[in-house]
Design a protein. Structure first.
Length: 376
């Protein structure tokens, strides 16, 4: 079977890429080993934070502002309510790089933030507790994206533009000869003029089939929901949050539709083999304890654990993304290594992947995410 483009990995980035490619007129096939949205990657768990004054570095801001524009476009096109403007409270020591990057990027790009001390935060939201040396940056225009609903929305649009989606279809081999891509699964062989690889924790394995060795490390991550007083923690009056603490980086969400407070730890995690079963939440003793100690210190009114989940991050050494073309095959575009902070960008990443295939260039600078930084 012949296609213009094949996308391997129909999750966050891949499904968006499938939409933009098919919209551009490309006969597009999306392959996924599972049934998106699924719990085998980094896109499940209902919600993700989107913030614009970016603590990880100013180079991300134009990209996330493009993503914001495209999320709004997705809502308008589908009629789905995917973004909740809860605002996001970012907290850390006043000298932390995370907080200083937020303040700096807000000035550079004229983004609205309110810088607050501990007393001001606790006066505004009684559910938070902070230390005197902490500084907070509240970004009122940011909030929460419904991740699984967003992937479904892009799937519907991709299919409406003629894209074919083959699920539960694992790729066994990839070869390129005379600029033609051949992909074999358990029971099919597909051919295409171009290829997108956006397969999360399996990207390294797939890229090795094209003689490309990238430093990608899949790690096990946990997150959980806790009982929460709706009068304090409901999304109508309580923001999403990110805390850079001495014990680690934590993030979370207000109680949405009575689900409870959701919290996870961003840093750390045990490196894993994605082809082996992922150890469930609670099977490691520290899973609940780690989140509970953070809540006890910073959100002390939160109640008991309701349930927890696991997911996988795919880390690069510098925790910056990889969005680039294969150094030896310009008809292969790659998106990987999103290091646990990529979902908010996935609308713009999908468009960028489509642009790399269709024209070879993108209107947002992708050089910070180049493969070349790993060249020896």
């Amino acid at each position: 079977m012949n296609y213009d483009v094949i996308v391997i990995g129909a999750g966050s980035m891949g499904m968006a890429a499938g939409y933009f490619l098919s919209k551009s007129g490309k006969n597009t096939l999306l392959l996924d080993s599972f049934q998106p949205p699924h719990n085998k990657g980094s896109h499940h768990g209902e919600t993700r934070i989107i913030r614009y004054a970016y603590g990880e570095g100013e180079e991300y801001v134009p990209f996330v502002l493009k993503a914001k524009e495209l999320w709004k476009e997705l809502e308008q096109t589908t009629g789905k309510h995917l973004f909740l403007q809860t605002g996001v409270l970012n907290v850390g020591h006043k000298d932390s790089a995370f907080i200083q990057n937020i303040i700096s990027s807000s000035k550079t790009y004229s983004l609205p933030i309110e810088v607050m001390n501990a007393t001001q935060v606790q006066d505004k939201w009684s559910g938070f507790s902070m230390f005197e040396h902490d500084l907070a940056c509240f970004e009122p225009t940011s909030g929460v994206i419904k991740c699984e609903e967003s992937i479904k929305a892009y799937q519907e649009l991709a299919e409406s533009h003629g894209a074919t989606i083959q699920t539960n279809s694992r790729v066994k081999s990839i070869s390129i000869l005379n600029d033609k891509v051949t992909i074999k699964t358990d029971d099919q062989t597909y051919n295409a003029d171009a290829l997108v690889i956006s397969a999360g924790a399996w990207s390294g394995e797939l890229l090795s089939m094209l003689e490309l060795d990238l430093p990608l490390a899949p790690v096990r991550k946990t997150f959980a929901w806790f009982d929460a007083n709706k009068d304090i923690y409901h999304s109508d009056q309580f923001p999403a949050y990110a805390f850079d603490t001495p014990n680690g980086m934590y993030y979370g969400f207000p109680s949405i539709d009575g689900a409870g407070i959701k919290v996870g730890r961003h840093d750390g995690g045990e490196q894993i083999n994605p082809n082996k079963p992922l150890v469930g939440f609670g099977e490691v003793a520290a899973d609940e304890d780690d989140l509970a100690q953070f809540l006890s210190a910073y959100l002390p009114e939160v109640g008991q654990l309701k349930y927890g989940r696991t997911c996988m991050y795919t880390l690069t050494p510098d925790e910056r993304f990889i969005i680039d073309r294969h150094p030896n095959y310009p008809n292969v575009a790659i998106a990987s290594g999103f290091s646990g902070h990529g979902f908010k960008f996935s609308s713009a990443v999908g468009q960028a992947l489509s642009n790399l295939i269709v024209s070879g260039k993108n209107d947002i600078d992708l050089s910070p995410f180049s493969i070349k930084r790993f060249s020896k």
